[in-house]
Structure formats: structure tokens, C-alpha cells
Design a binder for this molecule. Sequence first.
Ligand code: GLA
Length: 726
Amino acid sequence: MPITFIEDKKIFKLDTCSTSYIFCVEDGEFLVSLYYGKKLPDTNFTGYIFRDYFVSFNPNSPDVKDRYFSPDLAPLEYSGFGAGDFRKSAAAIRNKDGNIVTDFRYVSHEICSGKPKLKGLPATYAEENEATTLYVTTEDRTTGARAILQYTVFEDLPVMTRSVLLENASDAVMDVEKVYSASVALPDMDYDFLHLYGNWAAERHLERRPLARGQQSISSARGSSSHHHNPFAALVRHGADEDHGDVYGFNLVYSSNFDITADCDFYECTRINMGINPDGFTWHLNPGETFQTPEAVMVYTDAGIGEMSRIFHRLYREHLIRGKWKNEKRPLLINSWEAAFFDFDTEKLVSFAAQAKELGFEMLVMDDGWFGKRNEETNSLGDWYVNENKLVGGIGELIRRVKALGMKFGMWFEPEMISPDSDLYRAHPDWCIHVPNRTRSIARTQYVIDMSRQDVRDNIFGQICSILDNYDVDYIKWDFNRNITEAGSALLEKEQGKEIFHRFVLGTYELMDRLLTRFPDLLLENCSGGGGRFDPGTLYFSPQIWTSDNTEALQRLPIQFGTSYCYPASTMGAHVSLPHSMDELVTKGNVALWGTFGYELDPGKLSEEFKDVVKKQVEEYHLTYDLIHYGDLYRIISPFDNPYHCAWSFVSPDKSAMHFTHVCMQYHPVMKRIIRMKGLDENKMYRCRETGEVYSGALLMNAGINVSKFPRDAGQSFTLYFTEEK
Ligand code: GLA
């Protein structure tokens, strides 16, 4: 059984294929964490939680017989605020008396096969036989607040998911001031805290620093997961690298304000809390009501950071991405944004489509600028009807002509936004996020529309449907180009004022869900000024996300490397923009192949010579599609470690093929000439397409190959394709 309860010792043991997570019910019904890491056969943990302490400043509960047990020292599984544990707590609930003391104790548990859906929230999914779920009901006996801790273990992946369902089981109102999705206790702090930080056009760069005593955290308060921090963090054993060592990866399936904090105490123990950012959050809970937290995903491996990434990739490809596009080949698209910005009409778009078709592209995406009176970014968001001055004959005529060429058709929306200069805003000035008596901050000349409101969502849904019901649209790019300020809704009661961020994202999820339910074949690509909302919550709805507005190949390398720490290639929108030289075209293509490939340029600006190269890139895209979309990624030389060059490869699951890419950022004689491959089968023989030579997997991985004869000047790149020689 993947989850067992050892009755006599009151121990819960949660096993995946290669990990164990163990906790127990201690005297006084405290839930205490015992172990998380490599799979163990043991069930005896006697003495494991004991820690020396100084009686005066580490309180103990009168309910506990063992006077050496203090909640302040015990690695509590899910700690409440103010009842003897002074570290960062997982939950704090204001009760009818006005205090926030919260003390959850074990009541009962249940083990079920499968994995439940989370109401209103995206989450990973599994079939009955693929996962097992444990529900542990805990209760604060004084206030009647209940926390049902939910743990799912996957059978074939070293992955656990966690979430908490809070219930007000009292007859008085409560206010949830914080409720993390999961808390994890580790008995030491000999780890590096690794996370992804960034900015617009520079998303998900890598930060790795040793844990230190005290709290270290990453978070967002922007109303989206953000460009600035991704809801992903890992604890990496000092010295562990891509291929070796202990790594714990944590990721939140959530697209709004989050917080991941590592709290290292005097005893050099670590507690990780992850969930909704408590800053700016309170949820009003009436008697009988529940609150569901987002899902936290936890991965453990002793085989290094690269293996952690591959586990996340497999999980998200198999258990997060849904619907038709999970396994169907995505169309190779051309997007109008960098090709024309706002300056297009039907003729121009049709001419893009016609030329793109010649080059082998499969779908035209009409980006921003087709609606209302939009010719620049200052107006019309919310007026989702076609600007017939630009699209003469309407959208039907455009789609008819694009489809007649044999191309699919996609279009851009920004459903969560409203321009002050729009018919919608003039009719409903209270439909944007705002608070009374305070100026509304403007960003990109737009406001955020109030997605917490059903009437607003119905309006936007109706507008989108009036296009999608009548015209054959294959794809939507769903954008989100600013963050939320003066967070409030005209409809929320005063005591619900701090619910707005969460209600907003629930509204967004509901709208995306409604859209996909009505149009199940629709391919949705999310975007937020590039990759400002690149998270598993968003991926649940859209199998691909535009990774960054930065399409310069070399600057994109750290972005793609960083993104790959958690997210698979099949989710990373990657386009080739207009090149200025042959090297640039080649390298942009080689870099964009690591993702959902496409182009974002005016094909008329490509010379015949460039067009020939583009056609070859399209061939390469088809040849390597399965390998890159379903294969295993190996980061071989990282731009975060090496300023001169970087390299990566994709290996097919059966290890019969490998696609290797090398990019030189800056020429330097110390660049490695010999590069050792990874992830192959030592006993297989592989033929290199480029050299015609045949090598063993053992040679490729141990001796490596000499790449010094391939293009290695600044900005140059090359690929090598190996297939098994039987
Ligand atoms: C954002 C996106 C771009 C483009 C523009 C349109 O910046 O990231 O790709 O769609 O919006 O305004």
C-alpha cells in the first residue's frame, strides 16, 4: 500500500516509487513530522523527534505527558499560530473572541485510492490506480476550526501533492488570516535555497544561496504569480548538482499571490511553508463554510537537480496538461505581434498567412490590435468586437481567406483587462478592480477588470462566444498585461475586503474553464507580458504559455534554462523573430526548438536565402517534435554557470534518439571542446547525423565528443542528432 497507518505506533507512512514521507500522532494528538526523503522500509522512529530544550522558553502543552515535548521544538506537521510554536506557522484563524490562537490536533483519518479534484482550483490529476490520497482531519478544540490535510502520493513518480481544506465547524464566524497549503519539516539546514527570479523580458533566472538561520522567502503580491518570482523553490543539498545529490522541489499550482518561506531555527532545522501569500489575505468563513487552499507539489530525488526537473516535466505532461492538446501535435504558428504590432489589416494578415504557408507554417495568430478602435495600447480593452476599418469584411472574411490557404487561425484576447477609453468602461466604471475614494493606478493605460464578479465574467464570456460561436477559431492567446493595485471589488462586503485577490483568480480560472468546456478543441496559450504568469495553475488550462517577450536568442537562454527547472519544453512558447544575420537566424531557430516552436516576423522581410533556412528549421521541428515534447531534457552546460557557451539535449524515453544543441554566447578559448552527453544507454550504438560517425552511448557519456570543429563563435550555434544504430 502506498499509504499505511501503523496503528500501534500511530505512524503514517506515505510511499511513492522511491520516496517516503512519514509523520505520526504524538501524545496530545499533535501531528509530528518524522521523515521525508529516499524510500525507507522502517517503521520504528522511536526517539527521532526528541530535542534538548530549555524549559523556560519552549512551552509545553499540559495535554502532553512527556514534559520534554514542546510544540516549539517538535517538527510539527501543520502548525497553528500562538499555541506554543513560535516559528512561522502554517495557519492563523481569528475566532469569535478576536484572537488568532490556532491549535490543530489530530481527530481521524481516511485513506482512499485516486485523487480528488479541488473545488474551483486547478490541480494535478490521476486515475484511481495511479495515486492514493490520505485525508487527516484535525481540529482546534477551542474554536471548532477544522483543517483537513490532504496528501496524495503518485505510484510511478516520486511526487506528492498537498492541500488543506479548512472548515468552520463552529456556530460563529471566523476569519482565516493565513492558511498555507503545506508545511514540510527537515531535520537540518544544510541546503541551498534555489529559486527563479526575474523581470519583464528576463523571467526565471536562477538564484541559489545557502539557507541561513531565520526566514528566507519568495512571494508575489501582484495578483499573479509574476515575472519576479515563480512559485517554485528547491532545497538542494550543499554540493549537489545537475546529476547528483539530494533535491527537494516545491511548486504551487496557483497563479496569484503566493509565498514560499524556509524558516531555519536555532536548532538548524528547516520548515518550508508554501501557499497563498498571507500578506493582504483574509478569508471570512461563516459557520459550515469551507476554504480550499491551492495544491502544493513536492518532488524528492537523490539524483540531482536535472532529475528533479525531469520528474516535474513528466508529472506536468501526464498529470496536469489536459484535453485534446495533451497529446496532439501543436500547430507551428506565425504570430503577428513582432511582425506588425498594431499596424495590420486583412490584406496584410492574409499575405502573412500565404507566405507562411509556403514556408510550412500551420497557423496564423492575429495578435493585439483587431478590436474596438485599437491602433495603440491606450484603448478598447473590453470591447471585444472587430475593428472593421482594419478587418474589412469582418473577421469572417479574414478567417475564410486564411483557412482557404489551409492554415489554422488564432487570435489574441486580454479578457481580464479594461481600458478607461472603452465602451465597456464608459458603461460600467465600477467593473474594474478598485477601492472607494482612491485613485486607480494605471498601467499600460489599462485597468484590471473585476473577475471576481459573475456579471462581469458573463459579459466577457458572452463577447468571446459571439466570435467563437460564429467563426472557426482554433487558438486563443490569453494575455494579462498588468498587475493588480487598489485591490477591491464593488460587490464585496467590508469583511471580505481581503478576499479579492483569491476571488479574482478563482474568477479567471472559472472563465477559462467555461471557455474550454464550451470549446474543447480550442488551443489556449497563456501570456502575461511574456512569461509573467508561467505557473502550473495556468498550465492546467493552457498547455503552452508564451515564455518571454524577449526573443533575442542569447538573452533567452537563461530564461529557457530557468523555466526548464520546473516546466517541460512542451509548455514553453518559443518563437523566432526577425533575424539580422544568418547566424542569428540559425541560433534563434535552435533556441526556439526548445519549446512550442513558432515565428513572430513578417515573412516578406526574409531573403530567399533566409527562407531556405527557415524551411530547414521547419523540417527539423517535425523531425524532433516528439523527442522535444515527450523526451527527457538534460542540461549539459548552463548559462548560469558558464558565461561563454551552453548546451542541452533531449533524449527519447526509450533512449534511441538524442537531439543536442550548443550555443556560444561569447567566444573564449577556454570553452569546453569535449562535451560529455547525458541520459543515453551505455550499451546502445548511436549514429551522428552530422558526422556520420557511430559511437557507443558509453563513449558519448564518458569520453564525450569533440565539438571544436563546429560553429563556435559568439552568437553561433549547432545541433547534433543521434539515432540508435541497430
Ligand atoms: C504582451 C505579450 C505580447 C503581445 C502584446 C500585445 O506584451 O507578451 O506577446 O501579445 O502583449 O499587446
